[in-house]
Design a protein around this ligand. Structure first.
Ligand SMILES: [Fe+2]
Length: 286
């Protein structure tokens, strides 16, 4: 099997050809894919007609898998898979407006995931794209004064605020006492020193970052807003237009993502996601 990795128009996204994920991959191929993933942050593989078992087996080549705090969205037959579907699918509750805000996955846990692997099963003919932001580029483009301001600072992340906002609008089930107890504040450095690439990335997200430690509320809100707007600059963004059986793998440590809108009344959008555990606590950049 010869793996071909081709950069798209964006510097942090590559399309991979020559790999069939329905077959077992040899060690050399897995090693090449892992290196390509660190080199590019986002890998796109087209026409991968894979089962849930094959999706899980492929994902496990990159590390241990983790579930999700909202069990309603885990596939009962394969709880390693998170179902993002506006219709519900396989006994899973429908998810309205899933991920329609800039975020990286599960940063509200002490050790956020290393990455996620998303399989597009049913995609709308128009809209429902996933936008990805290059957080290496976002960090690199900050002015020196801002770099100095955020260097060594931590931000607080929590799932509760986002979830309760959605639950109040009737778009999420009422959280259980167990979930509320689980959703505690965690801290991560704003500047992430990527353990595999050695590069620095900006690590805040609109989904789950609620404050910057050591700043008063107004200063914190203003700085976070400025960093979010900066990160969403068009030159840092790749828009993935889904085709059925696309696989997109993103490095969760140096990218953010969000879904775009589509006609959810008319069209189904169903994705299966596996999530790979992070292996190292983020460290402040030196
Ligand atoms: Fe996400």
């Amino acid at each position: 099997m010869t793996v071909s990795v081709t950069r798209t128009g964006k510097t942090f996204v590559a399309e991979v050809e020559g790999v069939d994920l329905s077959e077992a991959l040899d060690d050399v191929t897995v090693k090449e894919l892992r290196q390509a993933w660190w080199d590019n942050s986002i890998l796109v593989l087209r026409d991968q007609h894979i089962s849930d078992d094959q999706h899980i087996a492929f994902s496990r080549q990159f590390g241990e898998l983790q579930g999700h705090t909202v069990k309603d969205w885990l596939l009962p037959t394969h709880p390693e898979i998170l179902v993002l579907s506006n219709r519900g699918c396989g006994g899973v509750k429908p998810l309205e407006n899933g991920g329609a805000y800039w975020h990286s996955d599960i940063t509200y846990q002490t050790v956020p995931p290393m990455g996620s692997i998303l399989h597009g099963l049913t995609v709308p003919p128009e809209g429902g794209d996933t936008l990805y932001a290059d957080m290496y580029a976002a960090y690199d483009a900050l002015d020196d004064e801002t770099k100095e301001l955020i260097d060594g600072r931590n931000a607080i992340h929590n799932y509760k605020h986002r979830y309760l906002m959605m639950a109040e609008g009737g778009r999420r089930p009422t959280p259980t006492a167990e979930q509320l107890a689980e959703w505690q504040d965690v801290e991560h450095p704003i500047v992430l020193h990527h353990p595999d690439s050695g590069r620095k990335a900006l690590f805040v997200n609109e989904g789950f970052t609620i404050a910057i430690k050591g700043l008063d509320n107004d200063e914190s809100d203003a700085l976070l807003q400025r960093l979010y707007e900066h990160s969403a600059r068009p030159d840092f963004i790749y828009a993935h237009k889904w085709r059925t059986d696309d696989i997109v793998m993103w490095d969760n440590r140096c990218t953010m993502h969000r879904a775009t809108s589509y006609d959810a009344e008319k069209h189904e959008r169903t994705m299966h996601r596996t999530t790979i555990k992070g292996t190292a606590r983020r460290q402040a950049a030196a």
